[in-house]
Design a protein around this ligand. Structure first.
Ligand SMILES: *Cc1c(COP(=O)(O)O)cnc(C)c1O
Length: 364
């Protein structure tokens, strides 16, 4: 580990590419795009997008216009870049200027756009997209689509991470029905978990996100993809406690007997959730240790009493994520999901990218 840095976040681009190929291999036909919104789920668009392109990805999904422009800068002309939130009124010219494909989510967005686009049909999220009544309007008044080159129609699954849920088949059925009311177009439905639901969910274009970055696409059961993200930090200080003593804010942890507490320079300002107070865990030399006390802005405290002093001393490496620390298990302990841990990954870590053409380090 780079000597002057106390924390290092490693993104394994070879594992990312392997995960992309895993999803490609699930598909009989159709192509496999990638969701790279939110700075590629916190992993860094600048490095992730080229690695996916090198693995064969040509279709990229972002959430906003600014993310689309950033993706265009990184990827150059060849890639198809879809902007899921669609154009805010007045931003259409910028979409066109950067060659971005808007996902049109309502009749207003459809009215204001001319050119290539995706139309989003709401099959059960009640969030973005045209609900069945608006699809019927579009079917009855086809001139509303005049001048729109319908690249795809899409929809999004609410429960794909739980394959046994009946909502999955219901959404599939409604999507087919809504799609049939519109002019023929290619279709896109599946996120990472949707791909795993089987071929009837695949259509012409899949949109995996979380599984590319190593999170388990499924809510339970073994994780079929490789780990991509790992976070290591060096112990800053070790406190020997003999008499009863409290640790950290709120005196939330009380050491009753002799113990040793290691302080590690990562906190909620780095996206390490404060909800892991008293319930997080880490790994030192392969041994799991408990986070005790509260997570503060820049620091956490670990109970290292069970380890030999030479294994847990200032400078010793702690695995906080990845390796022995499963991202989905840590997210569950924090009361959240891997998506939120990843997209919250802090800006103060030294970032290291493995497995690109040349391994690169970016100070950020
Ligand atoms: C984020 C997103 C995806 C990717 O979903 P994962 O669960 O991360 O695979 C696909 N489609 C849409 C519309 C999304 O917003």
């Amino acid at each position: 580990m780079d000597a002057r840095h106390a924390t290092i976040l490693t993104i394994d681009l070879a594992a990312l590419a392997a995960n992309y190929r895993f999803f490609v291999d699930q598909l009989d036909a159709g192509s496999c795009g990638a969701a790279v919104k939110a700075d590629a789920y916190g992993c860094g668009l600048e490095n992730v997008a080229p690695a996916l392109a090198a693995a064969g990805c040509r279709q990229f999904f972002v959430a906003t216009l600014d993310e689309g422009i950033a993706a265009r800068d990184v990827l150059g002309g060849g890639a198809e870049i879809f902007v899921l939130n669609g154009p805010v009124a007045g931003s259409e010219a910028e979409f066109a200027e950067h060659g971005l494909l808007p996902v049109l989510n309502d009749l207003g967005q459809i009215e204001r756009w001319r050119g290539a686009a995706v139309v989003h049909l709401d099959s059960g999220m009640s969030r973005l997209g045209l609900p069945p009544a608006e699809v019927a309007t579009l079917a009855a008044e086809p001139e509303r689509l005049a001048g729109i080159e319908l690249r795809y129609v899409m929809s999004h699954l609410a429960c794909a991470d739980e394959p046994e849920r009946p909502e999955n088949a219901a959404q599939l059925g409604l999507f087919q029905n809504l799609r049939a009311q519109l002019p023929p177009a290619r279709a896109s439905l599946a996120n990472s978990a949707g791909i795993l639901l089987g071929p009837q969910y695949h259509f012409d274009l899949a949109r995996p996100g979380i599984g590319l970055y190593g999170g388990n696409p499924l809510a339970s059961g073994p994780n079929p993809v490789r780990q991509v993200v790992s976070l290591q930090a060096k112990i800053a200080q070790v406190r020997e406690i003999d008499s009863p003593q409290t640790v950290g804010y709120g005196a939330a942890h009380r050491a009753t007997g002799p113990s040793r507490i290691a302080t590690v320079p990562v906190g909620y300002a780095d996206g390490y959730p404060r909800s892991l107070s008293q319930r997080g865990f880490a790994s030192i030399a392969g041994v799991r240790v408990a986070l005790v006390g509260r997570v503060s802005m820049d620091l956490i405290t670990l109970d290292v009493s069970a380890l030999p002093p030479q294994t847990a001393q200032p400078g010793s490496l702690v695995e906080l994520l990845g390796g022995e620390v499963d991202i989905d298990e840590l997210a569950a302990a924090a009361g959240t999901i891997s998506y939120e841990l990843l997209t919250g990954l802090g800006r103060r870590y030294r970032r290291r990218y493995l497995g690109a053409a040349a391994d690169v380090e970016t100070p950020r």
